[in-house]
Design a protein around this ligand. Structure first.
Ligand SMILES: [Zn+2]
Length: 415
């Protein structure tokens, strides 16, 4: 097998650019996309060791330059109890929280650090308060590459502990996430101070190649031959959704699939500019005011057109859900299926329920939710109220207490 990458080109006007080009098209402002040779059949015999099984469908990296922690091939789990609870025929959960740092961002970080080796860069930088920062820091540590992470002035401490374990250089920036242009300015300044370092901010308008690893989630689902009618995808910048779309389209072109699942963009109410744009039939995302949602990993007030195009192309839709719906869904999937996902992932499950209630999907259809991160990622917000857990006053009185607990029907640890 040989690598199938052809070029990096504008999605609108097809102008081609060098592989390491870090911006929109200079002619028409379009987002750039990687193009591949898609002749022949898509291979189906893989070792299942990491997403690098699919290296021929990623930007070219020599084997010795790959930085991997075994990311990819995450579980794709049937969730019959949750499906029955909400009244849908079938639901699968793709557990991206099982990646090495606990989120889907590991796929992009693995490619990003591999490109650092391939292109001979001296370090990496990015802006992130959360999962991307953890992933990029971890893979930098693995690669022995210097790493700078710009965080907001009041970055939430839940995720900082994990990020700091990998010892990146951290710099707080006031007003970092005010708008897409404040971010762009911050990253441009970092690049000018560190010209030999690679910008790994995972957003297609800045960094088109980092969408590519998310295609492998589509490959993994398709190779399981359990393809849902709909896939519900939490959206911040839109890279995950756009990557899934590209993956399924490639598989269709190569004859592995006849049709592609409908992709559903999911956001929290109060931070749903992409969903609003889809509902209004716009071609671009309009920036909104300060975002508010309990789902911290997708708390954004901007987006870009690539996710809107991907939703339209698949015949999907956009939907947003309230904080209450999100937190309920997080609890229910844990109680029904033993799956503890990040709050921002539970948004996808809440949205399946909402879509069913409002007739956007039918009870006899099937859906998958991409659960982007592990529940321990924002563990401080998980309920850990000891006063709700029954207490045996001594070891010797345990059997008496236990009988009472069972008699009261409190067979779950948390009543
Ligand atoms: Zn163009």
């Amino acid at each position: 097998m040989t690598n199938r990458f052809r070029s990096l080109a504008c999605a609108n006007c097809a102008t081609t650019y060098p592989t390491d080009f870090h911006s929109r098209c200079t002619k028409c402002k379009g987002i750039l996309v990687a193009r591949y040779r898609l002749d022949g059949k898509f291979p189906t015999d893989f070792e299942g060791r990491s997403m690098w099984d699919f290296a021929d469908f990623l930007p070219p990296v020599k084997k010795e330059n790959i930085v991997s922690l075994g990311e990819g091939w995450t579980p794709y789990v049937e969730s019959p109890n949750f499906a029955m609870r909400i009244g849908l025929r079938h639901i699968w959960c793709k557990l991206e929280g099982c990646n090495p740092t606990g989120s889907f961002k590991d796929r992009a970080a693995s490619l990003g650090l591999s490109l650092v080796n391939e292109w001979g860069k001296k370090g990496v930088f990015a802006a992130s308060d959360g999962n991307a920062a953890a992933a990029i820091s971890a893979y930098s540590a693995r690669a022995r590459i210097k790493c700078l992470i710009l965080i907001s002035e009041d970055a939430p401490t839940q995720k900082l502990a994990q990020i700091m374990m990998y010892s990146p250089t951290l710099l707080r920036v006031r007003g970092l996430y005010e708008s897409a242009s404040s971010l762009e300015s911050a990253l441009a300044q970092a690049q000018s101070v560190l010209p030999d370092w690679l910008n790994l901010f995972i957003w297609a308008p800045f960094n088109p190649l980092l969408v590519e690893p998310y295609k492998t989630i589509a490959y993994e689902i398709a190779l399981r031959k359990e393809i849902p009618d709909y896939i519900f995808i939490p959206v911040a910048g839109g890279e995950l959704l756009s990557g899934l779309s590209r993956g399924f389209q490639e598989l269709r072109e190569m004859g592995l699939l006849n049709g592609v699942p409908k992709l559903v963009a999911v956001q929290g109410k109060g931070a749903d500019p992409t969903v609003q744009a889809i509902e209004k039939g716009l071609d671009e995302v309009v920036e909104t005011g300060p975002p508010t949602t309990v789902a911290g990993a997708i708390r954004v007030n901007f987006g870009a057109e690539h996710s809107i195009m991907a939703v339209k192309k698949s015949g999907g839709f956009g939907i947003s859900v309230t904080d209450e719906q999100i937190l309920n869904a997080q609890k229910q999937i844990a109680r029904d299926e033993g799956i503890f996902c990040e709050i921002s992932s539970a948004v996808a499950l809440a949205a399946i329920s909402e879509a069913l209630d409002h007739g956007k999907i039918r009870a006899d259809e099937t859906a998958a939710a991409i659960l982007t991160g592990a529940g321990l990622k924002d563990y401080l917000s998980a309920e850990a109220d000891l006063s709700r857990v029954p207490l045996s006053e001594s070891v010797s009185s345990l059997s008496t207490t236990l009988r009472k607990v069972i008699a009261a029907g409190r067979t779950q640890i948390v009543a």
